[in-house]
Write a protein that binds this ligand. Structure first.
Ligand SMILES: *Cc1c(COP(=O)(O)O)cnc(C)c1O
Length: 456
């Protein structure tokens, strides 16, 4: 499709509800809706937590080793909490990591009644362990659960449990300053019955997995090809002209017949059902040497998200020449409201990044607008933002026969990357400063750790 001129500034539709659901009022409404069936059932209660130690502790693999790249290296324990419709939440447990036992008829195995979160715990330069804006993840977890009829819970109790769990594992599993571990809270419907209905039993669990530093291009897997990042892997052949440097993320725009999410759907919930059907496209991207799919929507080719990350563009406004940071809006339910996304927007709006010279715009924008901006020399940078890949500058985008090469891609020869994506890197630094305790900030939540000898 040839690039067509599109009016660069189309104001957001007035009917669009742009308000964030990650608010007190939003979660209160869900809690009210889901708890008001008249029965007195037990709420999730962190004070009831019990701990059973793993008597066969694992060894901790070296950072970025093959074991870590396998993304199967979990810590010694997991946190579980069972829920039933009759009794509500049972006492949560921290217990040795191991298999779950569920019936083949369990709802999750048939009807994708599963939601999850993705977070990290960070060991700071000051030796303290922090979570980043865990309250936001807790609220989103609750909203995702509500979207697929899983039980509600007080988000504060979830955060308390998470802190306790991190406090148990941190000394051993995130021992080094400036290291982190990935946390995966999950909820599944376990009720053993094939009937299509609201689940009567569920399990919330939290596991922790060692993760390579996916945002660091110098961090490559030892020898095994990884499914995670084809550009870094030995097993795939990137298209010849791009072989040079893998300094940034390479995106393949989705085909018109593959849609990730749609208005009124569930793209705004972090549910497993969004991911299974995206793996064909993702596999094609990897096979062609790209890292992620850039998900487009509609005949207009609206730009929505990049894989499991929100997508940002820095460009100059055609009329005013001012620099704008633009990202897809919330409100129609097509994108996930990332915690990283919200944080980037707040950092730039407050002037903490960009010095107040960058306008922040949340509106629909199209691939054609991106191509126009690039043709006219107004495209400055693009980057993905999410917990897993963190802030990932984009090197190029392949869109139906057209290669859109970003400044990072042009300048991305050895040693020149810092100039190629300076805005993304400034954002990244500001976030890292909070995560690793270089800057005291309310977003960094310090976790109280258990003494290490509690293991003995
Ligand atoms: C998890 C996720 C993101 C990023 O959210 P963060 O809270 O920033 O980690 C973005 N898009 C999708 C589809 C996701 O699943």
């Amino acid at each position: 499709m040839p690039p067509v001129a599109v009016s660069p500034v189309s104001p957001p539709s007035p009917t669009l509800d742009n308000t964030s659901k990650l608010t007190k009022a939003g979660t209160a409404a869900i809690l009210e809706k889901t708890v008001s069936n008249g029965l007195q059932v037990a709420d999730l209660d962190a004070s009831k937590l019990t701990i059973t130690r793993n008597l066969n502790p694992k060894h901790v693999p070296a950072p970025n080793s093959a074991e870590v790249w396998s993304q199967n290296c979990t810590t010694d324990h997991m946190l579980t909490a069972r829920w039933t419709e009759k009794a509500g939440w049972e006492a949560p447990e921290i217990r040795p990591y191991g298999p779950l036992s569920i019936m083949p008829t369990a709802s999750v195995l048939h009807y994708a009644t599963e939601c999850f979160e993705g977070m990290k715990a960070y060991r700071g330069v000051d030796g303290k362990v922090r979570l980043f804006r865990a309250d936001r993840n807790a609220k989103r977890f609750l909203q995702s659960a509500a979207r697929i009829s899983l039980p509600s819970f007080p988000p504060e109790e979830f955060v308390k449990l998470l802190k306790k769990f991190v406090g148990v594992e941190a000394a051993k599993w995130i021992a080094e300053p400036e290291s982190f571990i990935y946390i995966r809270p999950t909820m599944i419907a376990t009720a053993p019955a094939l009937g299509v209905q609201r689940p009567k039993e569920a399990l919330m669990y939290i596991i922790m997995v060692m993760f390579p530093s996916l945002d660091d291009p110098s961090c490559k897997p030892p020898s095994v090809p990884t499914p995670l990042n084809a550009a870094f892997s030995a097993g795939t052949q990137p298209e010849s002209k791009h072989v040079a440097a893998s300094k940034g993320m390479r995106l393949l725009a989705s085909r018109h017949d593959m849609i990730r999410a749609w208005p009124g759907g569930f793209g705004n919930a972090k549910v497993g059902a969004n991911y299974g059907p995206s793996l064909v496209a993702q596999g094609e991207a990897r096979a062609r040497g790209y890292d992620q799919i850039l998900w487009l929507f509609g005949n207009e080719c609206f730009v929505t998200e990049a894989g499991g990350s929100n997508f940002f563009v820095l460009w100059e406004n055609k009329q005013t020449g001012r620099r704008e940071l633009i990202t897809a809006p919330l409100g129609d339910g097509v994108i996930l409201e990332g915690v990283t996304r919200a944080s980037v927007l707040e950092l730039v709006r407050s002037g903490a990044v960009g010095g107040g010279d960058v306008d922040v715009i949340e509106r629909k924008f199209t691939m054609h607008e991106l191509i126009d901006a690039q043709t006219e020399g107004r495209l400055i940078e693009a980057f993905g933002a999410g917990t897993a890949f963190f802030i990932a500058p984009v090197q190029d985008i392949h869109f139906r026969g057209t290669d859109l090469v970003l400044p990072l891609g042009q300048e991305g020869q050895d040693g020149a990357d810092a100039d190629g994506a300076s805005f993304a890197l400034a954002v990244k630094k500001a976030l890292k400063d909070v995560m690793y305790g270089r800057r005291e900030h309310e977003w960094g939540i310090v976790v109280e750790e258990e003494k290490e000898d509690a293991y003995e």
